[in-house]
Design a protein around this ligand. Sequence first.
Ligand code: SAM
Length: 277
Amino acid sequence: MTASLTAYNIVITLQNQGETSPYLNAFARFGADNIGKKIIRWLPASWQLKIMAMFFVPGMSAHFVARKKLVREQAEKAIAGGIEQVVVVGAGFDTLALTLSAYYPDCRFIEMDLPSTQQQKQKALQLAGITQQKNVIFHPCDLSRSNFLEELKKIPSLSNQQPVLFIFEGVLMYVPEAAVAETFRQIATLHKDTLVLFGAMAQHDSECSFLQRVLPWLVNTVGEVIYWVCPSAQMPEFLAKSGLVLREQWKYKALQKSTDPKTPEEDENYFLVAIET
Ligand SMILES: C[S@@+](CC[C@H](N)C(=O)[O-])C[C@H]1O[C@@H](n2cnc3c(N)ncnc32)[C@H](O)[C@@H]1O
Protein backbone atom coordinates (compact mmCIF):
# COMPACT_ATOMS: atom_id res chain seq x y z
CA MET A 1 0.00 0.00 0.00
CA THR A 2 1.34 3.46 -0.86
CA ALA A 3 1.30 6.39 1.51
CA SER A 4 -1.61 8.79 1.59
CA LEU A 5 -2.41 10.64 -1.64
CA THR A 6 -4.56 13.18 0.21
CA ALA A 7 -1.71 14.00 2.62
CA TYR A 8 0.60 14.64 -0.35
CA ASN A 9 -2.02 16.77 -2.12
CA ILE A 10 -2.22 18.99 0.98
CA VAL A 11 1.55 19.63 0.80
CA ILE A 12 1.36 20.68 -2.85
CA THR A 13 -1.80 22.77 -2.34
CA LEU A 14 -0.13 24.64 0.52
CA GLN A 15 3.01 25.26 -1.54
CA ASN A 16 0.95 26.44 -4.50
CA GLN A 17 -0.63 29.05 -2.24
CA GLY A 18 2.77 30.38 -1.21
CA GLU A 19 3.34 28.44 2.02
CA THR A 20 6.94 27.39 2.37
CA SER A 21 9.28 25.66 4.83
CA PRO A 22 12.19 23.23 4.57
CA TYR A 23 9.82 20.45 5.69
CA LEU A 24 7.15 21.21 3.07
CA ASN A 25 9.86 21.36 0.41
CA ALA A 26 11.28 18.02 1.54
CA PHE A 27 7.88 16.32 1.50
CA ALA A 28 6.97 17.79 -1.89
CA ARG A 29 10.27 16.66 -3.35
CA PHE A 30 10.67 13.24 -1.75
CA GLY A 31 7.13 12.25 -0.73
CA ALA A 32 5.82 11.26 -4.17
CA ASP A 33 5.99 7.48 -4.17
CA ASN A 34 3.44 6.81 -6.93
CA ILE A 35 2.27 8.16 -10.25
CA GLY A 36 -0.76 10.01 -8.77
CA LYS A 37 1.47 12.08 -6.52
CA LYS A 38 4.01 12.66 -9.27
CA ILE A 39 1.24 14.11 -11.48
CA ILE A 40 0.07 16.39 -8.64
CA ARG A 41 3.66 17.56 -8.13
CA TRP A 42 4.37 18.31 -11.78
CA LEU A 43 1.09 20.14 -12.50
CA PRO A 44 1.66 23.90 -12.82
CA ALA A 45 0.49 25.58 -9.59
CA SER A 46 -2.39 27.41 -11.27
CA TRP A 47 -3.71 24.13 -12.79
CA GLN A 48 -3.51 22.24 -9.53
CA LEU A 49 -5.44 25.01 -7.74
CA LYS A 50 -7.97 25.18 -10.58
CA ILE A 51 -8.52 21.41 -10.37
CA MET A 52 -9.03 21.72 -6.61
CA ALA A 53 -11.56 24.52 -7.18
CA MET A 54 -13.46 22.61 -9.88
CA PHE A 55 -13.55 19.14 -8.42
CA PHE A 56 -13.51 19.61 -4.65
CA VAL A 57 -15.87 21.33 -2.30
CA PRO A 58 -15.50 25.10 -2.97
CA GLY A 59 -12.91 26.69 -0.72
CA MET A 60 -10.91 23.51 0.01
CA SER A 61 -7.50 24.97 -0.92
CA ALA A 62 -8.08 28.00 1.33
CA HIS A 63 -9.36 25.61 3.99
CA PHE A 64 -6.00 23.79 4.17
CA VAL A 65 -4.20 27.09 4.90
CA ALA A 66 -6.84 28.25 7.40
CA ARG A 67 -6.94 25.02 9.35
CA LYS A 68 -3.13 24.77 9.58
CA LYS A 69 -3.13 28.27 11.07
CA LEU A 70 -5.91 27.33 13.50
CA VAL A 71 -4.19 24.12 14.60
CA ARG A 72 -0.90 25.90 15.22
CA GLU A 73 -2.61 28.69 17.19
CA GLN A 74 -4.51 26.19 19.32
CA ALA A 75 -1.42 24.04 19.89
CA GLU A 76 0.62 27.05 21.02
CA LYS A 77 -2.25 28.20 23.25
CA ALA A 78 -2.43 24.74 24.86
CA ILE A 79 1.35 24.69 25.40
CA ALA A 80 1.21 28.19 26.91
CA GLY A 81 -1.52 26.81 29.20
CA GLY A 82 0.82 24.11 30.50
CA ILE A 83 0.38 21.16 28.13
CA GLU A 84 3.67 19.35 27.56
CA GLN A 85 2.49 16.47 25.38
CA VAL A 86 1.03 16.93 21.90
CA VAL A 87 -0.12 13.88 19.92
CA VAL A 88 -0.80 14.48 16.22
CA VAL A 89 -2.86 11.59 14.86
CA GLY A 90 -3.02 10.93 11.12
CA ALA A 91 -0.21 13.47 10.82
CA GLY A 92 0.49 12.80 7.15
CA PHE A 93 3.08 15.26 5.85
CA ASP A 94 2.05 17.86 8.41
CA THR A 95 4.89 20.07 9.67
CA LEU A 96 3.45 21.19 13.04
CA ALA A 97 5.26 18.75 15.35
CA LEU A 98 8.52 19.11 13.47
CA THR A 99 8.31 22.91 13.58
CA LEU A 100 7.07 23.43 17.16
CA SER A 101 9.48 20.88 18.63
CA ALA A 102 12.32 23.36 18.04
CA TYR A 103 10.45 26.20 19.79
CA TYR A 104 9.24 24.09 22.72
CA PRO A 105 12.07 21.70 23.69
CA ASP A 106 10.30 20.75 26.96
CA CYS A 107 7.21 19.59 25.13
CA ARG A 108 6.97 16.06 23.66
CA PHE A 109 5.43 15.76 20.20
CA ILE A 110 4.18 12.36 19.08
CA GLU A 111 3.08 11.68 15.53
CA MET A 112 0.80 8.70 14.89
CA ASP A 113 -0.19 7.56 11.42
CA LEU A 114 -0.63 4.53 9.20
CA PRO A 115 2.76 2.82 8.87
CA SER A 116 2.94 3.42 5.09
CA THR A 117 2.45 7.20 5.38
CA GLN A 118 4.77 7.48 8.34
CA GLN A 119 7.55 5.53 6.63
CA GLN A 120 7.26 7.76 3.56
CA LYS A 121 7.48 10.87 5.73
CA GLN A 122 10.56 9.62 7.57
CA LYS A 123 12.15 8.58 4.29
CA ALA A 124 11.54 12.06 2.83
CA LEU A 125 13.15 13.68 5.88
CA GLN A 126 16.13 11.37 5.57
CA LEU A 127 16.55 12.00 1.84
CA ALA A 128 16.39 15.76 2.46
CA GLY A 129 19.09 15.41 5.14
CA ILE A 130 16.78 16.76 7.87
CA THR A 131 17.30 15.41 11.38
CA GLN A 132 14.24 15.85 13.54
CA GLN A 133 14.43 17.13 17.14
CA LYS A 134 14.74 14.55 19.91
CA ASN A 135 11.32 15.56 21.29
CA VAL A 136 9.49 14.27 18.19
CA ILE A 137 8.50 10.61 18.30
CA PHE A 138 6.88 8.64 15.48
CA HIS A 139 4.51 5.83 16.42
CA PRO A 140 2.62 3.86 13.73
CA CYS A 141 -1.08 3.27 14.41
CA ASP A 142 -4.18 2.36 12.42
CA LEU A 143 -7.09 4.00 14.24
CA SER A 144 -9.59 1.66 12.57
CA ARG A 145 -7.92 -1.49 13.87
CA SER A 146 -5.98 -0.60 17.01
CA ASN A 147 -6.92 -0.08 20.60
CA PHE A 148 -5.92 3.57 20.94
CA LEU A 149 -5.12 3.43 24.67
CA GLU A 150 -2.95 0.35 24.19
CA GLU A 151 -1.05 2.18 21.45
CA LEU A 152 -0.51 5.19 23.72
CA LYS A 153 0.87 2.89 26.43
CA LYS A 154 3.54 1.67 23.99
CA ILE A 155 4.98 5.21 23.73
CA PRO A 156 7.54 5.44 26.56
CA SER A 157 7.80 9.23 26.63
CA LEU A 158 4.03 9.73 26.97
CA SER A 159 2.88 10.07 30.58
CA ASN A 160 -0.70 9.26 31.59
CA GLN A 161 -0.17 11.45 34.69
CA GLN A 162 -0.11 14.57 32.51
CA PRO A 163 -2.63 16.14 30.13
CA VAL A 164 -2.29 15.75 26.37
CA LEU A 165 -3.42 17.82 23.41
CA PHE A 166 -4.62 15.37 20.74
CA ILE A 167 -4.85 16.73 17.20
CA PHE A 168 -6.87 14.85 14.57
CA GLU A 169 -6.57 17.08 11.52
CA GLY A 170 -8.17 15.77 8.31
CA VAL A 171 -8.18 12.16 9.45
CA LEU A 172 -11.31 11.11 11.33
CA MET A 173 -13.42 11.01 8.16
CA TYR A 174 -11.33 7.97 7.13
CA VAL A 175 -12.22 6.10 10.31
CA PRO A 176 -15.52 4.24 10.91
CA GLU A 177 -17.87 5.99 13.37
CA ALA A 178 -17.65 3.20 15.96
CA ALA A 179 -13.84 3.48 16.01
CA VAL A 180 -14.01 7.30 16.33
CA ALA A 181 -16.46 6.96 19.25
CA GLU A 182 -14.29 4.32 20.93
CA THR A 183 -11.14 6.42 20.50
CA PHE A 184 -12.93 9.40 22.08
CA ARG A 185 -14.27 7.20 24.92
CA GLN A 186 -10.73 6.06 25.66
CA ILE A 187 -9.38 9.62 25.56
CA ALA A 188 -12.05 10.59 28.11
CA THR A 189 -10.40 8.22 30.62
CA LEU A 190 -7.09 10.13 30.48
CA HIS A 191 -5.93 13.13 32.55
CA LYS A 192 -8.86 15.51 33.17
CA ASP A 193 -7.16 18.49 31.49
CA THR A 194 -6.65 16.63 28.22
CA LEU A 195 -7.88 18.44 25.10
CA VAL A 196 -8.83 17.22 21.63
CA LEU A 197 -8.78 19.35 18.49
CA PHE A 198 -10.30 17.61 15.48
CA GLY A 199 -11.92 18.10 12.12
CA ALA A 200 -15.11 16.34 11.05
CA MET A 201 -16.82 16.40 7.67
CA ALA A 202 -20.42 17.57 7.91
CA GLN A 203 -21.71 15.49 5.01
CA HIS A 204 -20.70 12.79 2.53
CA ASP A 205 -19.33 13.83 -0.87
CA SER A 206 -22.33 12.05 -2.42
CA GLU A 207 -24.39 15.05 -1.35
CA CYS A 208 -22.19 17.43 -3.40
CA SER A 209 -22.54 18.28 -7.09
CA PHE A 210 -21.54 15.66 -9.72
CA LEU A 211 -18.22 17.38 -10.59
CA GLN A 212 -17.29 17.60 -6.92
CA ARG A 213 -17.82 13.88 -6.53
CA VAL A 214 -15.41 12.76 -9.27
CA LEU A 215 -12.06 13.30 -7.55
CA PRO A 216 -13.19 12.13 -4.08
CA TRP A 217 -14.54 9.00 -5.84
CA LEU A 218 -11.11 8.43 -7.44
CA VAL A 219 -9.42 8.96 -4.07
CA ASN A 220 -11.86 6.44 -2.52
CA THR A 221 -10.86 3.89 -5.13
CA VAL A 222 -7.19 4.15 -4.12
CA GLY A 223 -8.11 3.33 -0.54
CA GLU A 224 -9.02 6.59 1.23
CA VAL A 225 -12.69 5.92 1.86
CA ILE A 226 -14.82 8.47 3.73
CA TYR A 227 -16.60 6.74 6.64
CA TRP A 228 -17.44 9.21 9.39
CA VAL A 229 -19.37 12.45 8.89
CA CYS A 230 -21.16 14.48 11.56
CA PRO A 231 -22.89 17.85 11.06
CA SER A 232 -21.95 20.43 13.68
CA ALA A 233 -25.48 20.47 15.12
CA GLN A 234 -25.14 16.78 16.05
CA MET A 235 -21.61 17.02 17.44
CA PRO A 236 -22.44 17.85 21.10
CA GLU A 237 -24.66 14.73 21.27
CA PHE A 238 -21.99 12.53 19.62
CA LEU A 239 -19.34 13.83 22.04
CA ALA A 240 -21.55 13.42 25.11
CA LYS A 241 -21.81 9.66 24.40
CA SER A 242 -18.01 9.46 24.76
CA GLY A 243 -17.73 11.67 27.86
CA LEU A 244 -16.37 14.69 25.99
CA VAL A 245 -17.72 18.22 25.89
CA LEU A 246 -17.52 20.92 23.23
CA ARG A 247 -15.40 23.97 24.09
CA GLU A 248 -15.20 25.79 20.77
CA GLN A 249 -16.02 25.21 17.12
CA TRP A 250 -15.03 26.71 13.78
CA LYS A 251 -17.27 26.09 10.80
CA TYR A 252 -15.76 25.64 7.33
CA LYS A 253 -16.77 28.99 5.82
CA ALA A 254 -16.12 31.07 8.94
CA LEU A 255 -12.71 29.43 9.46
CA GLN A 256 -11.52 30.66 6.06
CA LYS A 257 -13.28 34.01 6.53
CA SER A 258 -14.72 33.35 3.06
CA THR A 259 -17.22 35.71 1.49
CA ASP A 260 -17.55 33.54 -1.66
CA PRO A 261 -21.23 32.53 -1.94
CA LYS A 262 -20.15 29.15 -3.36
CA THR A 263 -18.28 28.21 -0.16
CA PRO A 264 -20.65 26.13 1.99
CA GLU A 265 -21.20 27.13 5.63
CA GLU A 266 -20.24 23.64 6.73
CA ASP A 267 -17.90 21.05 5.28
CA GLU A 268 -14.81 20.11 7.28
CA ASN A 269 -15.59 21.85 10.55
CA TYR A 270 -13.14 22.00 13.46
CA PHE A 271 -13.87 21.38 17.14
CA LEU A 272 -11.95 21.82 20.38
CA VAL A 273 -13.24 19.50 23.07
CA ALA A 274 -12.42 18.69 26.68
CA ILE A 275 -13.17 15.82 29.06
CA GLU A 276 -16.53 16.18 30.81
CA THR A 277 -16.02 16.52 34.53
C1 SAM B 1 -5.91 14.02 4.40
S1 SAM B 1 -4.46 13.38 5.14
C2 SAM B 1 -4.24 14.59 6.44
C3 SAM B 1 -2.81 14.71 6.84
C4 SAM B 1 -2.54 15.78 7.89
N1 SAM B 1 -3.23 15.53 9.12
C5 SAM B 1 -2.89 17.14 7.37
O1 SAM B 1 -3.96 17.65 7.69
O2 SAM B 1 -2.06 17.74 6.66
C6 SAM B 1 -5.09 11.97 6.00
C7 SAM B 1 -4.10 11.29 6.92
O3 SAM B 1 -4.81 10.31 7.69
C8 SAM B 1 -4.07 9.13 7.75
N2 SAM B 1 -5.00 8.02 8.01
C9 SAM B 1 -5.99 7.55 7.21
N3 SAM B 1 -6.62 6.52 7.80
C10 SAM B 1 -6.03 6.34 9.01
C11 SAM B 1 -6.22 5.42 10.08
N4 SAM B 1 -7.15 4.46 10.00
N5 SAM B 1 -5.43 5.51 11.17
C12 SAM B 1 -4.47 6.47 11.24
N6 SAM B 1 -4.24 7.38 10.27
C13 SAM B 1 -5.01 7.31 9.16
C14 SAM B 1 -3.37 9.06 6.40
O4 SAM B 1 -2.25 8.19 6.43
C15 SAM B 1 -3.00 10.51 6.21
O5 SAM B 1 -1.77 10.82 6.79
